[in-house]
Design a protein around this ligand. Structure first.
Ligand SMILES: [Zn+2]
Length: 452
């Protein structure tokens, strides 16, 4: 907004603690899942927050109605039954619950995971005192992930401990973990480089920002593209599983699938599994496999929470680079979803994938971001989880702060420093502020700027 109207303090100004507990914590409807975690933690003497962080890393605590992930994992704890990982089968043995119940009942799923983790702790010789210390569970978490080697072991377990360190809130579940300092006992893995640390051998030689974790040679075809096959397409996928489980699955000779690149939801990190010259098996169509680069995105098609702004931007940067490198037109006839491949049985990336936004970022035809200056005449400005005063407060920005505006949308009408407006600016993933307090140099939407 530019129209200067003197100073009404609107309803979006922060008046209380900026980080007050959100309304999702402690709703009665959320009690069953919380009770399930509490009961499983107590029954098997596994730290409750460890269980929650593990479930959040695997599925964002979304059980997807018992539908399997790409690597045949089930429920919010991703209990798995494939040729390499047998946590579902182990849970059935330990709990005497049948597999169908473990797959589909959230409380049973959590109980099963707790039983498996406790059995790993016992086999590792953890004492009761050690079980009470969350830092001693690194080994059992590694084993639960069932990765193929030490680098992915680190990736898997570090993801869980990073969540314990940062804390988490899972909207709609009533579950949260308070941030805490962690110093996990990594044992033999302490000296192992996690993927993407910048060390020689852990980074991609095709694309600088990517870590390098090669797929099993059983899961792709060696080639010499682009001389052997012209690369005409970029195919966009969603993993139906976590970042680490997807990369791990590509290393499993039984998978018979792979992709060139996989992106992480939380921060846009990327790992390459197949060299661009080689043919990854991702499209389910040999002609398209030979002519394409496959890019996976962490998440599930039915849960838009995974599709973060950070991941869109990081992925679009790769797609732009690939299109330039191989002369691929930057349009939707060549940058396609898996669902657009002839004969595709997969629906990814699905209706929650924002193609308009993604292609804006890829083509750069609109500015990828805007900039604004917050003016509240003193108070800090509330940051909301969505474009409206009805959304929960997730933070605040100070008067005078310069913000990056990733996109703009309409929401509730607010009267602020610059007049009355229903435009909201997204300044981060799940972070919105009213444009009525932001000097952008434009009335209304930023011309050519990205819309949410
Ligand atoms: Zn796919």
């Amino acid at each position: 907004m530019t129209l200067l109207v003197l100073g009404l303090s609107g309803p979006v100004l922060a008046t209380g603690p900026a980080h007050a507990a959100g309304p999702d914590i402690g709703r009665p409807a959320d009690a069953p899942l919380r009770a399930a975690f509490d009961a499983a933690a107590q029954r098997y003497d596994v730290p409750r927050d460890l269980l929650v962080a593990l479930g959040y890393a695997e599925t964002r605590l979304d059980g997807h109605g018992g539908q399997p992930s790409a690597s045949n994992g089930y429920g919010i704890m991703h209990l798995t039954s494939n040729p390499q990982v047998r946590t579902l089968d182990e849970a059935a043995t330990l709990t005497r619950l049948d597999r169908q119940t473990l797959r589909t009942d959230p409380a049973a799923n959590v109980t099963g995971a707790a039983a498996v983790l406790r059995s790993y702790a016992d086999r590792a010789g953890l004492t009761a005192a050690q079980r009470a210390d969350i830092d001693h569970w690194y080994g059992p978490i590694v084993r639960y992930g069932g990765a193929n080697g030490p680098a992915l072991d680190r990736l898997y377990a570090d993801t869980v401990y990073d969540l314990l360190a940062s804390g988490l809130t899972a909207p709609g579940t009533g579950l949260a973990v308070q941030a805490r300092p962690v110093t996990p006992e990594r044992g033999e893995l302490a000296g192992v480089a996690a993927p993407g640390t910048g060390d020689v051998g852990t980074m991609s030689t095709d694309y600088g920002p990517a870590a390098w974790v090669p797929a099993s040679t059983s899961n792709y075809t060696v080639s010499s593209r682009p001389s052997s096959y012209r690369i005409n397409y970029i195919v966009i996928h969603v993993t139906q599983g976590s970042y680490s489980s997807a990369i791990n699955w590509f290393q499993n000779p039984a998978a018979q699938v792979s992709a060139h690149y996989t992106f992480r939801s939380s921060d846009g990190a990327v790992t390459q599994s197949v060299r661009e010259k080689d043919i990854a098996w991702h499209a389910g169509n040999w002609t398209y496999n030979t002519q394409s680069i496959g890019i996976e995105h962490e998440g599930y098609v039915d849960n838009p929470a995974w599709f973060t702004d950070t991941m869109y931007r990081a992925s679009a940067a790769l797609t732009r680079t690939l299109a330039d490198r191989y002369g691929i037109p930057k349009d939707r006839t060549r940058i396609i979803g898996h669902n657009q491949v002839p004969g595709a049985t997969h629906t990814d990336p699905g209706p929650n994938w924002n193609w308009n936004y993604y292609m804006q970022l890829v083509t750069g035809s609109g500015s990828t971001t805007g900039t604004g200056t917050v003016n509240t005449e003193g108070s800090s400005l509330n940051v909301r989880s969505g474009p409206g005063t009805g959304y929960s407060i997730v933070g605040s920005v100070a008067d005078g702060a310069v913000v990056t505006i990733y996109c703009q949308t309409t929401g509730t009408t607010v009267t602020g420093t610059y007049g009355t407006s229903n435009i909201w600016d997204r300044i981060g993933t799940g972070r919105y502020i009213s444009d009525a307090y932001v000097l952008t140099g434009h009335d209304g939407f930023i011309p050519g700027g990205p819309r949410c």
